[in-house]
Design a protein around this ligand. Structure first.
Ligand code: F6R
Length: 369
């Protein structure tokens, strides 16, 4: 059932192009517009939404963090993202015009379920983004957008994460489409790019051998840091989470802009630091700032592992290891940038003799608090 792979996780990483394509299937029409009829919240109601609140745990929370950039950019609706376990014990301000999005692979995570119940009690509409048909979270929500990743067996989430991102982009673009923002042309272009993105994920998978080889040389390390900015920041958090849960290593993700406010003190000789570099096109200011961050940490001895777009030459002089990803629109970059981090963590876990599919102390779905 592992389809020739040693671990479910490797199989699930390899299935990502298909999972992404399947999640888009039937949701983009011939004219290049989105059709999300299955979401039983009317366009009229969606036009009234004045705030989006995303609740989730773990990897699904990271998908939510990325969704915030997309939702605020394409719809101009304020968006908050919160860990479900924190949200439910606060006194969050919600109303009938708030749209709450609960993201969950399993559909059974207790904290996410409790958060959505809380939101519905306040009169808010809840949209579930879920991978498991008929599970509790979609059953208790007003509407559901299913991710079509297929069953995810490995405890560490991979293909479900990429499909959660796709679903979040679909919701963001759809909200933009029905509300008609000034980004109409960009939305049309991004829908087109999204429809081809599974090919880009496929291309990343074809170039992962050097990432595996690199991971094996780092098996004796104690700490790996991850830096990112804009949508690359949640990608850094996700890379660090994967490494913690699989390799049992100390791993932390930072927003690159925060380096000088503390984390740079951690840099020491030969410390591996993975940096997710934004596209030099688009938000090029951020690109240049990250390039200076890479220079700064390298000057202090860090071993830089740089994930950068094909054709980005500015990073070359400062990268001890360079991992190339295809050119994508800025907001979609996490779909390709996360894949090398999954492969990296999986290979490090194997090199350290860990059980990849069933990491110690973890359960696939957390149905207790
Ligand atoms: C990490 C991981 C967990 C889950 C989290 C939420 O690889 O798998 O962090 O993402 O427990 O689970 P779901 O999405 O089922 O609610």
């Amino acid at each position: 059932e592992k389809g020739g792979y040693d671990y479910f996780m490797l199989k699930e990483i390899a299935e990502q192009p298909k999972a992404v394509a399947d999640t888009l299937l039937g949701r983009i029409d011939a004219a290049g517009s989105l059709t999300l009829d299955e979401v039983r919240i009317s366009d009229a109601e969606l036009r009234e939404v004045d705030k989006v609140v995303i609740v989730a745990c773990g990897t699904a929370f990271h998908a939510g963090l990325i969704a915030k950039y997309a939702i605020e950019h394409w719809t101009r609706i304020p968006c908050e993202v919160e860990l479900a376990s924190e949200f439910r014990y606060r006194d969050p301000i919600l109303g009938a015009r708030s749209l709450v999005i609960a993201i969950s692979q399993s559909g059974e995570t207790m904290d996410t379920l409790m958060a959505l119940r809380h939101a519905r009690q306040q009169g808010s509409k809840v949209l579930a983004i879920c991978n498991t048909n008929g599970s509790t979270i979609p059953r208790e929500s007003d509407a559901v957008l299913y991710t079509h990743a297929g069953p995810e067996v490995a405890v560490a989430s991979t293909k479900a994460f990429l499909t959660q991102l796709v679903a979040c982009y679909l919701v963001a673009l759809y909200l933009g489409q029905v509300r008609g923002t000034k980004w109409g042309d960009e939305i049309t272009a991004v829908i087109r790019d999204l429809s081809h993105i599974s090919g880009a994920v496929e291309r990343v998978l074809e170039t992962m051998e050097p990432v595996r080889a690199l991971a094996r040389t780092l098996a004796h390390k104690n700490t790996v840091l991850f830096l990112g900015r804009h949508v690359g920041y949640p990608v850094a958090l996700e890379g660090a989470l994967k490494l913690k849960e699989l390799a049992y290593m100390h791993a932390e993700g930072f927003a690159a802009g925060e380096l000088k406010h503390g984390p740079i003190a951690l840099i020491e000789e030969d410390l591996p630091v993975v940096v997710v570099v934004p596209s030099p096109r688009g938000r090029s200011v951020l690109h240049d700032k990250i390039v200076s961050n890479i220079q700064e940490i390298r000057a202090r001895g860090a071993r830089t592992i740089v994930i950068a777009e094909e054709g980005d030459e500015a990073v070359v002089p400062y990268a001890d290891h360079l991992i190339r990803i295809p050119v994508t629109p800025t907001l979609l970059q996490p779909l390709v940038a996360t894949v090398p981090l999954q492969v990296f963590a999986c290979e490090l876990a194997t090199a350290r003799g860990n059980e990849v599919d069933q990491p110690r102390n973890l359960a696939k779905s957390v149905t207790v608090e």
